[in-house]
Design a protein around this ligand. Structure first.
Ligand code: NAP
Ligand code: F7E
Length: 345
């Protein structure tokens, strides 16, 4: 049987690396798009070239950038993939307050460039996956599990850009018959998470404190609530979304909520720290009871002009129709992140 061809934009990122692993196991030929960088940016996928289990004859990397429409179209034309996964984005919410125009160009218009290439090239059989995000929900009227019908009220240019890309996928589906699906993924983490996202920052920081390499960890809003899953589970959902009989929008989540503070408490406990919180607002801090020193404090530079206070996702549609459910719970996720961090020492 002819092998399926997948083209992954964002292959060097957390999700791109797990998705590439999964699709290689499923016997796909993978083409990935990587940006030119002055330093190495293939750390998360280097093992796929060397592994004895995977042959690199099924894995190709192209230089490209979704801010460049011509090269994006050329790569798609050359590869003529069965499936395109658009995981490329300026994906950091806080950073989108600093570089809003750039974020919109990559995260919103970048998605449009890929869809336009599909339209222009008349690649009607190519399926398109858009990495949509729970950040699109933003401000909520009341705290509840969010589903595919919940309205969007984004709170950052990142969220706004994802809403644009979401609707672009729906529009190209309706206007041109392109198989374009949205995975509305809630926060997902892993040992490969970028170091400035809060889960990785907490795990890395507390492990470094344990090893005597860092004095304290400084965070922002401790009371934001997130629904944290494992990126490995979420990569499986992306594939399932494109195998479904028709294009659609899908919430992928765990339906469990945790505050940033609870996440930090659980990591600290697993590492054997005994901590006590005191103070309020930006003066709140955690004391390490073994030495009476501050182990976690707050700096307002990590607060956002507008915050998404609460996110919890109802993935019952994906469970029912895609037969997808998460294998990892938050504790399994924390275990995996801590053990991988400790391996680095
Ligand atoms: P990530 O680790 O930040 O990866 C983003 C990827 O996009 C990287 O490969 C990055 O390349 C690439 N990229 C950035 N700008 C690009 C450009 N102009 N042209 C081509 N590639 C570009 O993000 P992730 O956590 O894997 O997330 C994957 C996607 O899902 C993103 O679109 C993100 O916004 C979205 N999402 C993530 C979550 C989550 O919780 N992780 C939840 C919902 C949605 P470099 O390696 O060179 O930087
Ligand atoms: O923040 C709070 C922060 O940056 C989570 C991206 O993958 O998920 C991610 O976006 C929460 C926020 O992720 C710090 O204010 C406290 O409330 O880890 P984060 P995010 O903003 O939720 C969505 C679904 C995506 O689509 C995005 O691509 O934690 N927080 N203190 C902090 N956040 C950070 N980064 N650093 C802190 O020190």
């Amino acid at each position: 049987m002819k092998k399926k061809i997948a083209l992954i934009f964002g292959i060097t990122g957390q999700d791109g690396s797990y998705l590439a692993e999964l699709l290689l196991k499923k016997n796909y030929i993978i083409h990935g798009v990587k940006r030119r960088s002055s330093s190495a940016n293939t750390e998360r996928i280097d093992h796929l070239f060397d592994s004895v289990n995977f042959s690199n004859k099924n894995f190709f990397i192209h230089y490209g950038d979704i801010s460049d429409g011509t090269s994006t179209l050329n790569i798609i034309n050359k590869v003529k993939p069965d499936e395109i996964y658009n995981l490329a984005a300026q994906s950091h919410v806080r950073v989108s307050f600093d570089i809003p125009e750039y974020t919109a160009d990559v995260t919103a218009i970048g998605a449009l460039r890929i869809l336009e290439a599909l339209r222009i090239l008349r690649l009607k059989k190519t399926k398109y996956y858009q990495a949509s995000s729970s950040e699109m929900y933003g401000l909520l009227e009341k705290k509840k599990s969010l589903n595919e019908l919940t309205p969007f009220h984004p709170r950052s240019v990142y969220g706004i850009s994802k809403v644009f890309a979401f609707h672009a996928a729906v529009h190209y589906r309706e206007a041109y018959g392109i198989f374009a699906s949205n995975g509305i993924l809630f926060n997902h983490e892993s040992p490969r998470r970028g170091p400035t996202f809060v889960t990785k920052k907490i795990v890395q920081g507390l492990v470094r404190i344990k090893k005597g390499l860092q004095k304290k960890l400084t965070l922002g809003n401790l009371y934001a609530v997130r629904d944290w899953g494992h990126a490995k589970d979420y990569a499986t959902s992306m594939w399932k979304i494109l195998q479904y009989k028709k294009p659609d929008n899908w919430v992928i989540a765990t339906n469990k909520e945790t505050t940033v503070k609870e996440f930090a408490n659980r990591v600290a406990k697993k590492l054997g720290f005994k901590i006590k919180w005191k103070g309020k607002g930006i003066y709140e801090k955690a004391i390490n009871l073994d030495n009476n020193k501050t182990i976690i404090d707050i700096d307002k530079k990590f607060l956002r002009p507008t915050e998404v206070d609460f996110l919890r996702g109802d993935f019952s549609k994906a469970k029912r129709l895609l037969k997808w459910k998460p294998a990892y719970n938050t504790d399994d996720l924390i275990e995996d992140m801590i053990s991988s961090e400790l391996e680095d020492f």
